[in-house]
Design a protein around this ligand. Structure first.
Ligand SMILES: [Zn+2]
Length: 132
């Protein structure tokens, strides 16, 4: 259960993630504006528990995959911010080891250390998001 990043770095990631979330939200709203999907704007980024999955599914069903991808990114960011709040950020969800700082810096929403990510991708080939 070794977190190998400092409080200062944690604060840095929090800021970075929040900025990225703001950018994503702005982009999502921009893309939805003026479309028939405008009514979904309020759904996006509201409650981030159960609702998120269904919003993402809905957008995928509507064929707005680019927006869907961004909604998923926002979900990942929300999850990362939650891990920061719970002091579990930077800890691999599979093995519990600390994730190296350079890896986090490159992929701030990353949930696994490199060996676990590679193992995960081997067993879930072609499923879910692009590899990190
Ligand atoms: Zn791991």
């Amino acid at each position: 259960m070794a977190t190998i990043i400092t409080d200062e770095q944690l604060a840095e990631f929090r800021l970075k993630l929040r900025e990225r979330r703001t950018d994503c939200m702005r982009e999502i709203r921009h893309k939805l504006r003026g479309t028939e999907h405008e009514r979904y704007i309020d759904l996006v980024g509201s409650a981030h528990d159960v609702a998120d999955e269904s919003v993402a599914d809905l957008l995928a069903d509507l064929g707005i995959l680019e927006i869907d991808r961004m909604v998923r990114e926002v979900n990942d960011i929300e999850a990362a911010l939650l891990r920061i709040a719970h002091r579990t950020y930077g800890v691999c969800i599979d093995c519990g080891d600390g994730i190296a700082y350079p890896r986090l810096a490159a992929y701030p929403t990353v949930k696994r250390c490199q060996p676990c990510q590679m193992r995960y991708e081997r067993t879930h080939a072609g499923v879910g998001q692009a590899s990190m």
